[in-house]
Design a binder for this molecule. Structure first.
Ligand code: 8DG
Length: 123
């Protein structure tokens, strides 16, 4: 009998500042080491997507954010049939100074740089 796969909902922040977007590189110690991502994390049972994202960004980057807009959700399947549903939100930093608690480094990229970097022409 095939059981339905569990889908793990994950939020991520598209943080905008001075027409650039924050991208973060996962550290060697994290799962998916050295991969680049938009910071965020798994939604816990007791929280909404927005409060999850504010918590994760405070934990990971040490700043407070305001959520501006939710963007379309996408699904991705990792080896081992792990399915994540990624919920991106446009955000801006409202207070604090970025201090990396988990990531190896961050880069602020313009949309043009992001397009070239990921080789994706549709954004
Ligand atoms: N944060 C984030 N996660 C992403 C992105 N793209 C993507 O496939 N993922 C995946 C990687 C992980 O499998 C999952 C997020 O897991 P995580 O390890 O960052 O979440 P978490 O902080 O809640 O972790 P933990 O409780 O398991 O330690 O979503 C992205 O752009 N940002």
């Amino acid at each position: 009998m095939n059981l339905p796969n569990k889908i793990t909902p994950v939020t991520c922040a598209i943080i905008e500042q001075d027409e650039k977007i924050l991208c973060a590189q996962r550290s060697e110690k994290m799962k998916h080491p050295l991969k680049w991502e938009f910071p965020g994390g798994k939604i816990e049972k007791t929280e909404s997507p927005g409060s999850c994202l504010q918590r994760e960004i405070k934990e990971e980057l040490g700043v407070e954010i305001e959520i501006l807009e939710q963007l379309p959700t996408s699904k991705h399947t990792y080896p081992g049939n792990i399915i994540i549903s990624l919920l991106p939100f446009r955000c801006k930093i409202t207070s604090g100074k970025i201090t990396l608690a988990e990531h190896k480094q961050i880069k602020w990229l313009s949309l043009e740089e992001l397009r070239i970097w990921i080789g994706w022409r549709r954004i």
